[in-house]
Design a binder for this molecule. Structure first.
Ligand code: GDP
Ligand code: IMO
Ligand code: MG
Length: 441
């Protein structure tokens, strides 16, 4: 399960539905930059680090080695659910090799963004990425640096951890000062005490999740891999440099869990019926006008993690087809179709006009090139009916069916799930997905 746009496609809702027919739900990438919403009746849950299958009481949840985990956020999230009578600790496993997001990663993330935005005051323009400031980039950077990284397993070895933090804090304090942070130097001893204590709290959850997942495979237990962020934010295949710092396409499953791709036999690509993006970076079909505002209002397009208003625009099928290719999508879930009800006409981007006047249907996964394209649209008629209570695809208004048909024909992958509202019941599925039909949920 993976997002095919720039995030917030409605992955949380689909993971929750798919969990019904799986035993184990695994996060393989990212960290608390994700915000996955699940709505069950009157209850709304926003999940950041915990897999979105966690609301099913008997399912096993795993946070894999490819993630970066802020243990303070994790403990908060567990406590928040347990207060709502959802027991988590007894069925959550955390990889000993996941990387720890430390407070200085968050500070570094925020300070760097501030410094890059400041460039706008000079001649260079605003260079900030618009990150979630959750420390994701600096934590993954440390993973690649190696010598300055802390993995979950390191929290259980107090003396080496303390020694390591002394060196890291000296380096980080200098870096933060160079970025203009006006704060006292980091206190390695205090940080060590704090994270040794946090380590003792999370230790019961920690294991070698790679062996665990391979044992599950041997036992034939169905596993659901939950992608966080989305394909167009993938560090290698997204709109670089306006991306996140992990492989959030399905290509991240293998390194992020230790499970080879041949064990994945179905890939559900999640897409919105339109496009949104939070943060900076090119967005060819963006509607920075009344249409965009109308979509934002109707879809309540404000970030689950940061509360930022999301940028909104028409559905970009060139981008979705590219992501479906990268991720190997075998099925599409088209979310938030209800948001488009009442719009006179709808536009679908089916090509990009390049600066030389030629038209391509290929997606350039590079910000500089993508900034230069002009979308080529097809226009379809809209529908005025409220579709939030429609129960099958064949009962949708003809214009809505045509819209979905066009998505299928352009992307070349069947739409097996259509979502017409945030709740489990507001979901239309084909026979391909009959096993998760929400009526039985
Ligand atoms: P995620 O990050 O991909 O899990 O998506 P988010 O949770 O950040 O954002 C999706 C938002 O859309 C959430 O508030 C969901 O409750 C909501 N949502 C999901 N599916 C639908 C739908 O079909 N219609 C409407 N109106 N809202 C939906
Ligand atoms: P879910 O899982 C939307 C975006 C940020 C920023 C860029 C880098 O809820 O779909 P980061 O903090 O990761 O360094 O930010 O990536 N971004 C997301 N946008 N949904 C997400 O997650 C995102 N995760 C990261 O807005 O532009
Ligand atoms: Mg989200």
């Amino acid at each position: 399960m993976v997002g095919l746009q720039w995030g917030d496609e409605g992955k949380g809702k689909v993971v929750d539905l798919l969990t019904r027919v799986h035993d184990v739900v695994v996060r393989y990438n990212g960290g608390a930059n994700a915000g996955h919403t699940v709505v069950i009746g009157d209850e709304r849950y926003a999940l950041h680090l915990l897999p979105s299958g966690v609301l099913w009481p008997d399912k096993q949840c795993v946070i894999g080695n490819g993630t970066v985990v802020d243990p303070v956020v994790l403990l908060d999230e567990i406590a928040g659910l347990e207060q709502r009578d959802i027991q988590v600790s007894n069925r959550l496993l955390l990889s000993d090799r996941a990387h720890v997001v430390m407070p200085y990663h968050r500070e570094h993330d925020a300070a760097l963004e501030k410094r890059l935005a400041k460039a706008a005051e000079g001649t260079d323009g605003d260079r900030s990425i618009g990150t979630t400031r959750r420390g994701i980039g600096p934590a993954y950077a440390d993973k690649v640096h190696r010598s300055t990284a802390i993995r979950v397993g390191d929290l259980f070895h107090p003396d080496p951890l303390r020694a390591k933090l002394r060196v890291i804090c000296a380096i980080r304090s200098a870096e933060l000062a160079a970025l203009g942070v006006d704060a006292p130097p980091l206190d390695a001893e205090r940080l060590a005490d704090q994270y040794i204590e946090i380590g003792s709290q999370i230790e019961p959850l920690v294991t070698d999740t790679v062996y665990y997942l391979h044992d599950c495979l041997k036992e034939g237990r169905p596993i659901l891999f939950e992608g966080a962020n989305a394909c167009l934010l993938d560090i290698d295949h997204g709109t670089y440099p306006y991306v996140t710092s992990s492989n959030c396409s399905t290509l991240g499953i293998s390194p992020g869990t230790g499970v080879l791709g041949r064990h994945v036999n179905r890939v559900v690509g999640i897409m919105k019926a339109y496009t949104t993006r939070v943060g900076a970076g090119p967005f060819p079909t963006e509607q920075n006008n009344d249409i965009g505002q109308e979509i934002r209002d109707r879809g309540n397009e404000y970030g689950t993690t940061t509360g930022r208003p999301r940028r909104c625009g028409w559905l970009d099928l060139v981008a979705v087809r590219y992501s479906a290719m990268i991720c190997g999508a075998t099925s599409l879930s088209c979310m938030l179709l209800d948001v488009l009800s009442g719009m006179d006409e709808l536009r679908l981007c089916v090509g990009y006009r390049l600066p030389d006047g030629s038209v391509t249907d290929r997606f350039p996964p590079d910000a500089t090139r993508l900034e230069q394209v002009e979308p080529v649209y097809e226009t379809l008629s809209g529908w005025s009916e409220d579709i939030r209570h429609v129960e099958r695809r064949s009962s949708l208004p003809p214009a809505a069916r045509q819209y979905i048909d066009r998505i299928e024909s352009f992307v070349g992958v069947p739409v097996d799930l259509i979502s017409v509202g945030p709740e489990r019941s507001q979901t239309l599925v084909t026979d391909e997905m009959a096993d998760i039909r929400p009526a039985a949920v």
